[in-house]
Design a protein around this ligand. Structure first.
Ligand SMILES: C[S@@+](CC[C@H](N)C(=O)[O-])C[C@H]1O[C@@H](n2cnc3c(N)ncnc32)[C@H](O)[C@@H]1O
Length: 138
């Protein structure tokens, strides 16, 4: 299967309600950062992290990063000084990339369209930047 940015974008944008994006993101995980940053100029993680930082002046707050992907949001949050960041994503390939960034306290593989056994009261804030295929969350 090819893995250039056009082909993978086409696969992502043709997801139907109820389709799982796990396989697509597993396939994309190794090239995701290059495609998003170098080819598309993706800046949403930095914008989100700046917005959270503008609202919360306490770097030790616990943050859950829903649909964390390869960890670009965690990285941007960390650059804003946040230190307690957990992430959850449906794709183990994306989570493996996120782990390499060494900014997450814990990383969980899970489907956000289902009920997840998670003590959400331990979180002070959450980010959810770009999960495709999670229409039930919006
Ligand atoms: C466009 S990427 C965004 C990743 C990251 N937040 C970022 O800004 O780079 C979408 C992410 O959502 C994840 N995702 C899609 N559907 C999901 C679901 N049902 N449950 C959990 N994660 C999901 C994908 O695996 C992928 O990592």
């Amino acid at each position: 299967m090819g893995n250039d940015s056009d082909e993978i974008l086409s696969r992502v944008s043709h997801l139907e309600d109820g389709d799982s994006s796990r396989d697509i993101y597993d396939d994309w995980s190794g090239n995701y950062d290059n495609h998003l940053i170098d080819e598309f100029g993706y800046v949403s993680p930095e914008i989100a992290a700046q917005a959270l930082s503008d609202e919360i002046d306490a770097p030790q707050v616990a943050i859950m990063d829903y649909g964390c992907g390869t960890g670009l949001v965690g990285q941007a949050l960390n650059q804003q000084g946040f230190t307690t960041i957990d992430g959850i994503d449906i794709s183990q390939g994306m989570l493996d990339e996120a782990r390499k960034k060494q900014v997450y306290r814990s990383l969980i593989c899970g489907d956000l369209t289902t009920r997840i056994a998670l003590d959400d009261e331990i979180y002070d804030a959450a980010t959810c930047i770009g999960p495709v295929g999670c229409s039930s969350l919006s």
